[in-house]
Ligand binder design. Sequence first.
Ligand code: NDP
Length: 452
Amino acid sequence: MSAIEVIEPATAEVMESIPRAGAEEVDAAVAAAKAAFPAWRAVDPADRAAIMRSLADELERRSEDLSRLEARNAGKPIGDARGEIGMVVETYRYYSAAPERLLGQTIPVAGGVDMTFREPLGVVGLIVPWNFPLVIASWKCAPALAAGNTIVLKPAELTPLTALELEKIALDAGLPEGVLNVVAGPGSVCGKRLVEHPDVAKIAFTGSTEVGRGIAEGAAGTIKRVTLELGGKSANVVFADADLAAAAAAAPSAVFGNSGQDCCARSRILVEREAMDDFMTELEKAVRAMKVGDPLDEDTAMGPLISADQLETVGSFVPDDAPVAFRGEAPEGPGYWFPPTVLAPMTNDDRAAREEIFGPVACVIPFSGEEEAIRLANDTIYGLSGSVWTENGARAIRVVRALDTGVLSVNSNSSVRVSTPFGGFKQSGVGRELGPDALDHYTDVKNVYFAT
Ligand code: NDP
């Protein structure tokens, strides 16, 4: 085993060195999860629920330490990290109600009775990215555990620390040995092995569309179930009849939150032509007011990018001749800093408006009328998230129904909640996480006919 040197993005210094897992460690983790599966699926539903509540309680007890660790390792503002760890706790609590509610059906048939059961899949492989490390892991782990599966979780090499803590906390909370295993190693080795492993029944992945495509191909060999949460290029559609001040005040955090490293980032701001000037005036005030700096400073609204590579990629979207309308601040010195940047006016054909940048760069694109707004918003390979701002309720309904997008909000940019489904249309993914729907992706339906 070589070592993973975990870097703190705000300082570009090593914060911890941990062993790097390889294919052998993945095989051992899968074997442990396979051995633990029969006993875990047989735990009485109420007892499984109690263990999950105990895990939520233990995570809550350690939430400040976990928040600080996540803030340092992922470079995210401490306030955001606290919000995320709060969501982690809430997610385990929400799914702790599921073991006793995994209902089947009875179906009227001739000559007897027909009933269905929702059975766990077995060992599930969960591959998560670096942008929301523990929270995205919880979206997968909690429904998987509730349904009676055992887990091998692979965090991103850039941000493995909170997942490794989770593995210990789960044992402290009473999860039996082998039920939740964490392997920290490269995707090209550990992720690939999980995808191809004959004893893994399902892969749940969050990350880039490119890697997701490879996972779908790799999983085909063993007909694994696959759910994919991939990239996005979401539109924030602002009609002239909207509350422009509210739309402009809310726009920066919807694209610069987490330094833009968010698959739901509303990175295309479509503004109806007659409202452009007023909207841009308000947007500039909001962007300039954003405090960019030390993630552990309570006032920070945006931290650094995750890595030197990400800094280079994001920079490539803002060449010297880019139409920069205005930018916010960014610290000098060590760390991977990039200022919040607004490009305007842009067209939907510009590279920055077509590709997922995963950095704090927003494109403002003017449009004329509802039809053009819908056409532009849908003119992308992605379909993850988005917003519609208008005071006209009928228009809001017409537009959200016409958008090829999985998760939308009206007069708000907030569309991710523990109790509601989350996932993408088109090349943004397959399947849904969170809410009642996630459980469908961690169970298979068994149909049984009883002759009477
Ligand atoms: P990746 O898609 O490469 O990484 C996501 C996860 O997949 C990580 O755990 C990674 O491991 C793992 N992985 C990488 N290659 C494989 C493989 N061949 N088989 C199985 N697992 C694999 O994202 P990046 O970190 O490279 O980010 C690149 C771009 O992806 C970003 O700029 C952004 O556009 C997009 N992205 C989208 C995310 C989203 O939330 N939808 C999240 C992250 C990125 P490891 O990193 O340890 O090698």
